[in-house]
Design a protein around this ligand. Sequence first.
Ligand code: ZN
Length: 213
Amino acid sequence: MSIDEKTIREQMVVICRRLYDKDIVPANGGNASVRLDSGEVLVSPTGQALADAKPDWFVKVDLQGNKLAGELEPSCETPTHTFIYRKRPDVRGIIHGHPPFATGMALAGERFGPPSHPEAFVYVGEVAWIDYATPAELAERLAECVHKHDAFLLGNHGALTLGASLKQAHFCMESLEMHARALTLARIWGGAKPLPQQAIEQLKHLRRKLKNR
Ligand SMILES: [Zn+2]
């Protein structure tokens, strides 16, 4: 194992535990992966709670999802992760979770609507809606929109976020859940109001700068 890979595995542990602590991946739900410089992918194992993540616990697979190394078996959603890495050379980290407020929206068929929160828009962008799909069907459903979005609400299921690093995918996921929670609470006050169009243009510019960093 190279030093770089060792460091990445340690960073994955920290982020997996944060995801669990933030209720984004309750019980043994959810999964996370990183694409290494070699092009190989480290993915969380199936059937395990991300709260229990350890550096040697992540399974190494190739871009087709074939297992290369690791004692455990890769997440059953590995084909979705490797599909995204094949389609998006810019993506180095992926997180799938069941955060309660975003998942509530996914169960109700509720969309995020026009941009209404500045940071959420900068870190998440426009959230794409994906109709319910089994793990085997999900890659096919993502094919049409995976080039245009970094965040997806999975109908009757949960959420999926991408980033140039696992840290970026993590910020995207936490920001998405913050926005889902805020939108839910805003309903008490009559619903979220969209940001002014001029602000959206400025925030789009900021988002492009952030993504190109
Ligand atoms: Zn799931």
